[in-house]
Write a new protein. Structure first.
Lengths: 294, 294
């Protein structure tokens, strides 16, 4: 799928996702002018040094001026301020999309600021690493991953198609769903796993010193995978949990019940309960391999 | 470190670990005769087909006859029966070691069956994949991983040295510690992570059908790593939890308290608590990278 021709793309936020998208635009659409917007001067300097932006600014209003594509890629807590600042400067006919991990909150924060003749197509490219910042981006980040768009019922079909084509050009498969449904699915596949990884790594951090140093040395047996997940960007993840509270608490409640049941089985030596549970989970792994997500 | 010269190695259990060690012996010590022992005829047939055993038997007593090295690599629940059967057939001067993930239980189950002039050096190569069976083994499995030996105070130093040299030849770094301490460290680094992974994948398995299919499709955001861990061998893991009950319940209790604290922070919108916790966990990841375990 070839990239739609954008004249001027404003990337509000140029971290892992924003800078990876900039690299895709550079590679596949060299005539698109890229404006990078970030709060910190050193982030903007990095974007210039990496040559992934033609212009840089710390002002969202200046960034979106004349842009036909605007991608909001900041932490969720900045959305409302970004929206308020850029809203009046958006050009009629422009497409605004975002990459936030919670779509209900993204819509609530940005939609009120989008003028009538601008097209807002919320999106979530489900891709990432534990690294953050413009240096950590790479164009291949999105390849073979899913991007979920959550367009509102009134969205113009052409705008949805253009955003779809953008992410397909980046190598993604694109699905659309309702924002609330997206937030439930992601609470299970992404938010709860991150919460659990942060928790267990925190539990290890609090161990007595002698035990803790050995936990680090002998981390190969499963713990290591959790530390990678728990090294993800703290601001981004704080915002996700604050903004997807209901769905995360719901999934967490289910998880806690299931964990308590296994705890009880261990305490009472109920080997059959453990064996049955551990056998069922192998089937899900097979489904994921069949769905080519492994 | 070169492999000590063993004339005849009996591998009791020829799954992922046993068959990987057999491949190391084949590669580095072609004159060592390998006897593979397993309960199921098809496992023994696989060992012969893969040419990782010179002889096969389903009788531990026959397997250890004349062996100067015996490696017990069955699930923990088989240890007592294996010990009772092989004990009287062990040759004086032989070295018996094992690869079990819980050392207190391994010592309790095997030690009573080991005759006076046989050397018992319990061990745990901390390596593995989510695959099981003789076909899934490979000689490189152990490379750059830790092996923890938990010799009893009365162990002959030469026997400990030989087992150390065996695992070093397989590419491992070798540490020694007390069985109870090993079981605490592993409860945190391996057993608790597996329990949590099994739980969350189980929680997803129980979701309503519409949600569940999308959890599989969009599993890239963290959940996928858990499904890999939760695809590990159910019998081996049942036995680990039944045999390391006290240490696992202790670590699980700490984890549950920490998870409840984060749950509360999410419910009450305490962003600072979340941010602080998520920042501290990044430091552990750095320690692991520095310890070259990442």
């Amino acid at each position: 799928m070839s990239l739609p021709s954008f004249e001027r793309a404003a990337l509000i936020g140029i971290g892992l996702i924003g800078s990876s998208l900039a690299r895709v635009l550079r590679r596949d659409s060299p005539r698109t002018a890229i404006v990078a917007c970030a709060r910190r001067a050193e982030t903007l300097a990095a974007a210039r040094r990496l040559e992934i932006a033609d212009e840089t600014t710390d002002d969202p209003a200046a960034a979106v001026e004349g842009a036909d594509l605007v991608v909001v890629a900041t932490p969720l807590s900045a959305y409302d301020a970004v929206g308020a600042r850029m809203g009046p400067a958006l050009r009629p006919g422009a497409i605004v999309t975002d990459v936030g991990s919670v779509k209900g909150a993204a819509v609530r924060a940005l939609a009120p600021h989008i003028p009538e003749r601008v097209h807002f197509v919320p999106g979530h490219p489900v891709a990432g690493t534990e690294h953050s910042g413009p240096e950590s981006g790479f164009a291949e980040l999105f390849r073979d991953r899913w991007c979920i768009l959550t367009p509102l019922p009134e969205a113009a079909p052409e705008a949805v198609e253009k955003v779809t084509a953008l992410w397909q050009a980046a190598g993604m498969r694109v699905a659309t769903m309702d924002p609330a449904h997206h937030d439930k699915v992601l609470a299970m596949t992404s938010h709860l796993p991150h919460l659990i990884a942060y928790t267990i790594v925190g539990t290890a951090t609090d161990l007595e010193e002698s035990l803790k140093s050995e936990v680090i040395a002998f981390s190969a047996g499963g713990f290591r995978d959790f530390t990678r997940i728990a090294a993800s960007d703290p601001v981004m993840w704080r915002d996700i949990f604050l903004n997807n509270r209901e769905a995360v608490l719901e999934m967490l409640q289910r998880f806690s019940e299931d964990l308590t049941a296994l705890q009880r089985a261990i305490r009472w030596g109920e080997g059959d309960v453990l064996f049955d549970r551990f056998t069922r989970t192998r089937a899900i792994r097979r489904s994921i391999i069949e769905a080519k997500q492994a």
